[in-house]
Write a protein that binds this ligand. Structure first.
Ligand SMILES: Nc1ncnc2c1ncn2[C@@H]1O[C@H](COP(=O)(O)OP(=O)(O)O)[C@@H](O)[C@H]1O
Ligand SMILES: [Mg+2]
Length: 278
């Protein structure tokens, strides 16, 4: 076996026995934290040794690159129209973590002839499954054709809301429409910007009451993310990783049962934290 083959073999044994897994982060309402959650999920999953690709599919308020301070020159649309290779559109964030911007990519696909679309999708599949253990889609808020398509196709459709009544109502509406249009039954709920676990659980119960009664969807609660006032400062500094937020994300990942554990902080991290209260 060549060295390359051995590396691939090893990676498959370690991380991707089940092949590439696809996660979508979606919401009814905008501003609930999809982008920050997608980036943090990507970071946490990649730190446990998995290769992760984030696809920024939120073309209206496309801002994964703004949060990370990395601006891609080309996006998925250029790739689809043969104006860029996959390598050209790939942006490295950190070890094992990459992102691409979709531009109008997913919607533009509908304009191409069907056989061309099929071959592009196959090519994307090969590229994802050859190199990544996880692909995370940061989707636009609300009910769009392309969001419906992505959310209904992934392994883990993760619906995000805050405790705000409008966000909760829109999250329920999204679950209801996806369930009705695509027949998808299993959804995961995360409640962001909460004061405590209890507040999030109440939101979950209220959504479940409705989905149990009026839909065929089954919603699992993955947990909450607390409101962290330091996060805004971190986002301004284009370093959107706040320790408390990360802790909540690891808890969510553990509830997703993907086999991903929080990385133990090193002696030096703990020491620095003690000295500077970081
Ligand atoms: N847990 C949180 N604590 C504090 N602020 C948050 C939290 N989650 C998100 N935010 C803030 O909410 C805003 C919207 O987040 P973003 O990820 O851009 O939402 P979306 O992608 O859903 O539009 C950002 O300014 C971010 O700082
Ligand atoms: Mg966003």
């Amino acid at each position: 076996m060549s060295l390359d083959q051995q590396v691939v073999h090893l990676r498959h044994r370690e991380g991707s026995q089940e092949g590439t897994r696809y996660i979508a982060v979606a919401s009814g309402k905008g501003g609930v934290g999809k982008t920050i959650l997608s980036i943090n999920l990507g970071r946490c999953i990649s730190e446990s040794g998995n290769r992760v690709l984030i696809i920024d599919a939120d073309l209206g308020l496309s801002n994964v690159h703004l949060m990370l301070g990395l601006t891609p020159k080309k996006n998925l649309t250029h790739f689809f129209f043969g104006e860029a290779s996959f390598e050209d559109i790939l942006v490295k964030v950190s070890d094992n973590l990459y992102f691409i911007s979709s531009g109008n990519g997913i919607l533009e696909l509908a304009k191409l002839p069907k056989d061309q679309v099929l071959s592009l999708i196959r090519r994307l599949q090969e590229l994802s499954e050859g190199s990544y253990d996880f692909v995370i889609f940061d989707t636009p808020p609300g009910i769009h054709e392309d969001t419906l398509a992505v959310v209904s196709a992934v392994d883990h459709p993760l619906i995000l809301t805050t405790p705000e009544p409008t966000a909760v109502a829109d999250a329920y509406a999204l679950i209801k429409v996806v369930n009705k249009e695509s027949g998808l039954e299993n959804f995961y709920l995360v409640v962001n910007k909460v004061e405590g676990e209890e507040e999030g659980r109440k939101v979950y119960e209220s959504i479940r009451l409705l989905t149990d009664r009026f839909t065929k969807a089954r919603v699992d609660f993955l947990g909450t993310i607390r409101y962290r006032k330091n996060l805004i400062r971190k986002i301004i500094d284009q370093d959107p990783f706040e320790r408390g937020f990360t802790t909540d994300v690891y808890n969510i990942l553990s509830n997703m049962k993907l086999g991903i554990k929080a990385r133990r902080r090193s002696f030096w991290d703990v020491l620095l934290g003690r000295l500077f209260g970081k």
